[in-house]
Design a protein around this ligand. Structure first.
Ligand code: FES
Ligand SMILES: [Fe+2]
Length: 365
């Protein structure tokens, strides 16, 4: 990890910027890739306008550098990894994990290595994902732990995941996730119905909303897991539905059975990537817990992604709505509809308070 060297985009007071152009607070962990996506082959990702290249060194550690060769400003992610270094495709300059140029293949005897240095980013590999801190580091600053997913390696949870890639500002996605009144959209993939907001709490870094809802799922017998793919097996019953904006990510639970996370990577003011991770609990199966750990791990691995189709169906419907909202905003940034759910106003307050302007030239509110 080396000190930050790049200059962030110019900050303006957040209140002068439209909500749908509000920037991210860079002093948080963002999820830029799943751990499986990062290999010895360089991977180019983008986080709020920053191009970043990820790769694994010879120890398997993930390294993150600005995805830009300082020689001619081309993408390093088109190059290759040699040992612990990343090599530019164009002239073969090599850079170490601290971003220093350490080799130029045609360096003359009387020439010195260029002193250019690429920006590096702190990264953590935790619970199946790569967490990256885009903020400026102060000397001696100790970073907090990323949020993580406690259920990821827990034997009592089966994980499924899918990616979200939508042409929309991240505020549209988090509003969608915090607004449980949109179950109407998901007639085919319904997980809950009849949601009613019971409680809303706000703090500087999070919004928590508790809804009382009717759940379609009760995973109380081992074969009941089949409800994930057989709609006819689902029966309505009341369950608390908790959703939280744990800035900049989202966490939720539906009764004891389901937990879902959405891990955000806002790409730009008009594009958002995210990972939706679903956990089905096996807590109800007492006898399963007495079985050997190796067998339980086998069950967990075999059932990985059992709910993927369900997640993909939900995401497709949500993305359709979010992209329409984005297009409507672009057509007329001043037009607003009435909003009846106070959780949405709370989410918007949090985005504004954490955000900063990164989009010059947009109309002010
Ligand atoms: S552009 Fe990268 S080495 Fe020349
Ligand atoms: Fe949805």
């Amino acid at each position: 990890m080396s000190p930050e060297t790049a200059t962030p985009t110019t900050a303006q007071p957040a209140k002068t910027v439209p909500l749908r152009a509000t920037g991210i607070d860079p002093n948080h962990w963002y999820v830029v890739a799943s751990d499986r996506e990062v290999t010895r082959q360089p991977l180019g990702v983008e986080l709020w306008g920053r191009a970043i290249v990820l790769y694994r060194d010879t120890q398997g550690q993930v390294q993150a550098l600005e995805d830009c060769c300082p020689h001619r400003l081309v993408k390093l992610s088109d190059g290759r990894v040699v040992g612990d270094r990343i090599e530019c495709m164009y002239h073969g300059w090599q850079f170490d994990h601290a971003g220093a140029c350490v080799d130029v293949p045609y360096l003359g005897d009387n020439q010195k290595l260029p002193t250019c240095r690429i920006r590096t980013y702190p990264v953590r590999e935790l619970d199946g994902f790569i967490w990256l801190w885009p903020g400026e580091l102060q000397p001696g600053q100790v970073l907090p732990k990323p949020m993580g997913l406690p259920e990821w390696s827990h034997l009592n949870y089966i994980a499924s995941m899918t990616t979200i890639d939508c042409q929309g500002h991240f505020s549209f996605l988090i509003e969608n996730l915090m607004d449980m009144y949109h179950g109407h959209l998901h007639q085919d993939y319904q997980a809950w119905a009849s949601a009613k907001l019971e409680q809303l709490t706000e703090s500087p870094d999070r919004v928590d909303a508790l809804y009382e809802a009717q759940s379609y799922y009760r995973i109380d017998k081992i074969w009941a897991v089949a409800q994930l793919f057989i709609p006819a097996m689902r029966k309505l019953h009341p369950e608390p539905l908790r959703v939280s904006y744990v800035y900049p990510h989202w966490a939720s639970s539906l009764g004891q059975e389901f937990k879902i996370y959405c891990l955000f990577c806002p790409v730009s003011a008009t594009r958002t990537r995210a990972y939706l991770v679903h956990f089905t609990s096996l807590h109800a199966f007492g006898r399963l817990h007495q079985l050997p750990v190796g067998f339980r791990q086998w069950v967990k691995d075999r059932m990985f992604n059992a709910a993927a189709k369900l997640l993909e169906g939900l995401v497709e419907q949500d993305v359709l709505m979010i992209e329409q909202e984005q297009r409507s905003f672009e057509a007329d940034p001043h037009r607003k509809g009435p909003e009846l759910n106070p959780a949405i106003a709370a989410v918007q307050r949090l985005i504004r308070s954490r955000g900063q302007s990164t989009t010059a030239g947009l109309a002010h509110e």
